[in-house]
Structures are given as C-alpha cells and as structure tokens.
Design a protein around this ligand. Structure first.
Ligand SMILES: Cc1cc2nc3c(=O)[nH]c(=O)nc-3n(C[C@H](O)[C@H](O)[C@H](O)COP(=O)(O)OP(=O)(O)OC[C@H]3O[C@@H](n4cnc5c(N)ncnc54)[C@H](O)[C@@H]3O)c2cc1C
Length: 420
C-alpha cells in the first residue's frame, strides 16, 4: 500500500457544532482547512445523538437577548429558511431558551456551508495519534478502511468532544471532576404516532412512570425532557440515563445496551397509560448514546464557576455564554441549575481555548478549559458554535504568522458577525 500524506494550514479534529464553526471560521480567514469526522455526517451530538434543541444562542433574559452570532447564527438562519426549525422557544417551566431543529435539514446545511466556505470535509475518518516535536503538533495519524495515513498542518483545533487530539499529543488534560467522574450519559428516544405534546400529556407521562415503578417496572427517571419536533409530529424524550465512561468502549457498550432496553420499557409504559399514546412507536434511539463529558483541556486560563455565575468580563473575550449551569450528576436524579447573574451572560477568554503546552493547538466546544461548574454551562451547542468559531480563527492566524494576538482574533470575529 502506498503511503498517503496530506498537508494543510489548519486541521480541525471533530465535526460537531464546535468543529463546524472552527473549520468555517479558519477558512474564512484564508486557511486551507481540513475538517475530520469519524461519523458519516457532521453535527456531533446534534445529529448523532438526536440533541435537536440548540441551547445557549440566547441568555435567559426577558425580553430575549441574543449572545451567539457568527457561524452559529448563519447555520440557524439557513435551517429557519428551510422551514425546519422553531424558536427561540422559552421552556415554560425552566424559562430556558432553545431553538429546535430538524436533523436532516441541519446535516444538509452543514454540508452546504462547508462546501461554500471551501473547507475540505473528511467523514468516516478517525484520528488515532499525533506527532509532536519542539512543542508543536507536526502531523496526525488518521485511519480509514485503507489503513493509516498522515496529515500535516501548521495549526490544529481539537473539537473532538473527548479531547482526543490533545491527549494523543501529550497535552494538558483533566478528566471529569476527577478520574472517571463524569456527568451522566442519556439515550434520546424519538417517538412517532403521537399527535402533539403539551403540559397535560407531560403530567400524564410523569404519573404513568410513577405508576409503572410502583408496579415494579425498572425505569431510570420520572421527569425528563419532552420536545415536539419541527417538520413532523414526532416527539423527543430524554429519560434513559446511564453512568458512562465515554473514553472506554466497554463502558459505552454497556450503557448503550442498558438505555436501549430502558427506551422500550418507557415506550410500553407510555402506550399503556398515557392518553393519545396508544399508537405511539419508537422511531429511533440515538443513533449513539449522548455522552456529556469526558476529558477537558487545560488551557492558559481555566474558566471558573464564579466567572460564569458572576457574569464576568475578560479583556480577551472571544465568545459569550448565556446558558445557566446545568448539571446531570446521577441517573434518575433531578438536574441541578445555577443561574448567571441578571440572567444574562459571561465572557469566554481566548486563553481558555489555548492549550497550555502545545504552541499550535486550540480547543473548542465541550472540552474548553473550565472547572466542573463552568462546564455545566459552556458545554451547550450555541456556546460550542461560538468557542469553535474563535478557536478556528486563532488557529488560522497562527498558521499565517506563527503568532496570535487576541485583538486580531476579536477583529475577525466581529467582521464575521460573532458576538464577543
Ligand atoms: C443527552 C444529551 C442532551 C443534551 N442536551 C442538549 C441540549 O438540549 N441543547 C444543547 O445545546 N446541548 C445539549 N447537550 C450538550 C451538547 O450536545 C454537547 O455539549 C455539544 O454537542 C458539544 O459539541 P462539540 O462540538 O464540542 O462536541 P460533539 O458534539 O461531541 O462533537 C465531537 C465530534 O468529534 C468527533 N470525534 C471525536 N473523536 C474523534 C476522532 N478521534 N477522530 C475523528 N472524529 C472524532 C465525534 O464523532 C463528534 O462528531 C446535550 C448533551 C447530551 C449528551
């Protein structure tokens, strides 16, 4: 087999919301950019774990306060123009604001935007290693069905959700609060055959689950999220939780099989007890269990819970976070929320996206440098778009000159309609 070797200005590892924004941001600044994703489509948890509510585009403030623009804003504008989203929608009980999108529309929007912005897309490819010398990643090793190949680049963005690239490069990372202590995973169920869902059905559902538990049915959670899909009458239900170590395929397998079994238990309970659900059926689970948390990169600055809750500013701000701290600590346990001051936003400094020890490496999305409390907020997809966008621009500027000044990152972000 001939040795395959490719060369780029910027390589982004992971094509979730953070990676998409990073790659487009880098390409808009002129970098020859490769975006690598192991799944058959881009979107990460959005498309691969059916997380269809994009949170963090708006703060909790009333009237609405937009905190994310740039690439994330463009994505949502295209989906809205296709008539395949609704919102901003304020949840009547939590008062959180989200935008609900159709997954097939989003997949296509990502494809079109990547092509339009001249990003080179690479699906079905897993990054397996990094080659480092003199404090810089020189190249990464990738794997597809032809075997291994090498990709060189001047700068890199880790948008892998699990900080794979940083770990492979021997960079600075921590895992969860401490080793093997992560927020839980959940398997999303997509349910068809139901005409609509409102607060009355929600009450029936919670009562049905309580009743089934009294009768001895083993169900994880009594109260979960129920979301009406755009473009169909399908409903998304997030009830099946599991403790999971998303870095270990044995643990992921156990959690997938356990939560799939839970999904069938829930659907049978809904069919039996909830009016309007008599003909309900499971359209799909996953495809993958959603993994909220594994490794975090340690950056030049670590965003703290106080920074988030106090709504603090930073001179080198490159993104805004407007989602409250949301912690899923244990299966079946209620979600813990902590609000941001004035229900508004906090700033995210460029230093929290700059890996500490590797000169040409930035991080984005749910792995940015933050403590456990800050992570509960910064992990959502609106914020991931924003941190990805900034990381991509920083990497692109580094590829051009070997130097990054936060003011020029801010200038490019503002030109690209980001909110900082
Ligand atoms: C059950 C659940 C419910 C959630 N609910 C919401 C919600 O309602 N709203 C909200 O905004 N957020 C929600 N979140 C959080 C949010 O989905 C994630 O934090 C967000 O998607 C993070 O984006 P990301 O781009 O950083 O990572 P991801 O979306 O995880 O994307 C990372 C990508 O990198 C790829 N990748 C990883 N390693 C490699 C490798 N070695 N080689 C190649 N590719 C690789 C993965 O395949 C993946 O596509 C939820 C999360 C879960 C799990």
């Amino acid at each position: 087999m001939s040795e395959r070797r490719y060369s780029f200005d910027v390589v982004v590892v992971g094509g979730g919301t953070a990676g998409i924004a990073a790659a487009i941001g880098a390409a808009k600044v002129g970098a020859k950019t490769l975006l690598i994703e192991k799944n058959p489509y881009f979107g990460g948890a959005l498309t691969h774990s059916s997380v269809f509510t994009i949170c963090g585009m708006y703060s909790m403030k009333d009237p609405l306060e937009l905190v994310v623009g740039g690439v994330g804003g463009e994505v949502l504008e295209h989906v809205r123009n296709m008539g395949m989203s609704y919102g901003p929608y304020r949840n009547p009980s939590t008062k959180n604001v989200g935008i609900i999108v159709d997954p097939e529309a989003v997949k296509t929007v990502f494809d079109r935007m990547l092509i339009h912005n001249k990003v080179i897309p690479l699906l079905h490819c897993q990054v397996t290693n990094a080659i480092v010398s003199n404090g810089e990643i020189r190249a990464i090793e990738c794997f597809d069905h032809s075997g291994f190949f090498t990709v060189e680049s001047k700068a890199f963005v880790d948008a892998s959700g699990e900080a794979d690239l940083t770990a492979f490069a021997g960079g600075s990372i921590r895992a969860g609060k401490h080793e093997s202590d992560f927020q839980i995973g959940s398997l999303v169920m997509r349910i068809g055959g139901v005409s609509h869902i409102n607060n009355l059905e929600r009450t029936y559902i919670y009562e049905a689950i309580k009743q089934a538990k009294i009768e001895g049915v083993n169900l994880t959670k009594e109260k979960g999220a129920l979301i009406q899909m755009p473009g169909s009458n399908d409903i998304l239900a997030i009830f099946a939780d599991a403790q999971i170590n998303g870095l270990d395929s044995f643990s992921i397998t156990n959690a997938e099989m356990y939560t799939r079994d839970q999904a069938w238990k829930y659907i049978n309970v809904f069919k039996k007890y909830v009016p309007g659900f008599e003909n309900a059926y499971l359209v799909q689970t996953g495809p993958s269990i959603g993994i909220r948390e594994t490794r975090h990169v340690i950056g030049e600055y670590t965003l703290t819970g106080e920074d988030v809750i106090e709504g603090r500013s930073h001179e080198d701000s490159v993104a805004l976070g407007g989602w409250p701290v949301e912690i899923h600590a244990a299966p079946g346990k209620p979600v813990i929320y902590k609000q941001i001051r004035d229900l508004s936003y906090y700033q995210i400094p460029l230093r929290a996206l700059k890996e500490k020890t590797t000169k040409n490496l930035w991080c984005s999305g749910r792995i940015i440098s933050c403590d456990q409390t800050a992570f509960g907020s910064a992990r959502v997809m609106g914020t991931a778009f924003a941190t990805g966008h900034a990381a991509g621009i920083a990497a692109s500027l580094y590829a051009q000159s070997g130097n990054v000044n936060y003011k020029s990152v801010q200038q490019h972000l503002i030109q690209q309609k980001a909110l900082i």
